[in-house]
Write a protein that binds this ligand. Structure first.
Ligand code: DX5
Ligand code: ZN
Length: 213
């Protein structure tokens, strides 16, 4: 089970300290959300901030690109220090080309789907990526409630992967906290992203522990 801290909910004025805090609390990965104001209705941060994150921490950095036509920026995010690059199926005119570009840059590859995208659409790429991200909220903002129908989608994906003999990671992102963790884990998710739950916790180490139960 991997716990990934989404710094979208961190205090960005204190980003260095927030990264240290996530590491000290026992988080495994840093989740770095990139929004372009086109693919989603919000704008977050990009390459210069990722470079600063990379300089500050030795943690595994997972970039979640919520951007249109992501192939244009794969190399830039790879060079800026992402260890994994996840892009959205819905945003890529040529999905295989994006996966190949991430591989060419020597990084782990993930593919994400929004809540309304059928799980069946991602299956043909399951053997070519390291991770599939099932969005458990509509992408764009932190602090939203988990969409309950997501659990069946995770279960369907894990079953389909098992049938194909694949051990691809299933990541969940959006509304993940100690309450929603048990059901997404039981359904087959193994990479858990949390933003507001972790950075809003009084005791982050306790919150991480509660996610691992
Ligand atoms: C939303 C982002 C998430 C976000 C999750 O589009 O992809 O990573 O930070 O935030 P919480 O955990 O607060 O739902
Ligand atoms: Zn995300």
């Amino acid at each position: 089970m991997i716990v990934s801290a989404s710094i979208l909910s961190a205090d960005l004025c204190e980003l260095g300290n927030e990264l240290d805090r996530a590491k000290a609390a026992g988080c495994d990965h840093i989740h770095f959300d990139v929004m372009d104001g086109v693919f989603v209705n919000n704008i977050s941060y990009g390459i210069p901030v990722l470079e600063s994150v990379r300089r500050r921490t030795d943690m595994f950095v997972d970039a979640h690109l919520m951007i249109t036509d992501p192939i244009r920026y794969i190399e830039a995010f790879a060079k800026s220090g992402a260890d994994n690059i996840t892009f959205h199926l819905e945003a890529a005119p040529d999905v295989n080309a994006v996966i190949n570009e991430i591989r060419r840059c020597g990084k782990r590859a993930g593919i994400a789907i929004k809540p309304a995208t059928p799980v069946s659409q991602v299956l043909e790429y399951a053997g070519s990526v390291d991770m599939i991200l099932i969005m458990t909220v509509e992408p764009g903002f932190g602090g939203q409630g988990f969409i309950p129908e997501s659990t069946d989608r995770i279960r369907a994906l894990r079953t389909a992967l098992n049938e194909r003999g694949l051990t691809t990671d299933i990541q969940v992102d959006g509304g993940i906290n100690a309450k929603t963790c048990p059901e997404v884990k039981a359904a087959g998710a193994n990479v858990l992203v949390a933003g507001s739950y972790l950075f809003g916790a009084k005791d982050m180490a306790q919150a991480v522990k509660a996610m691992r139960v």
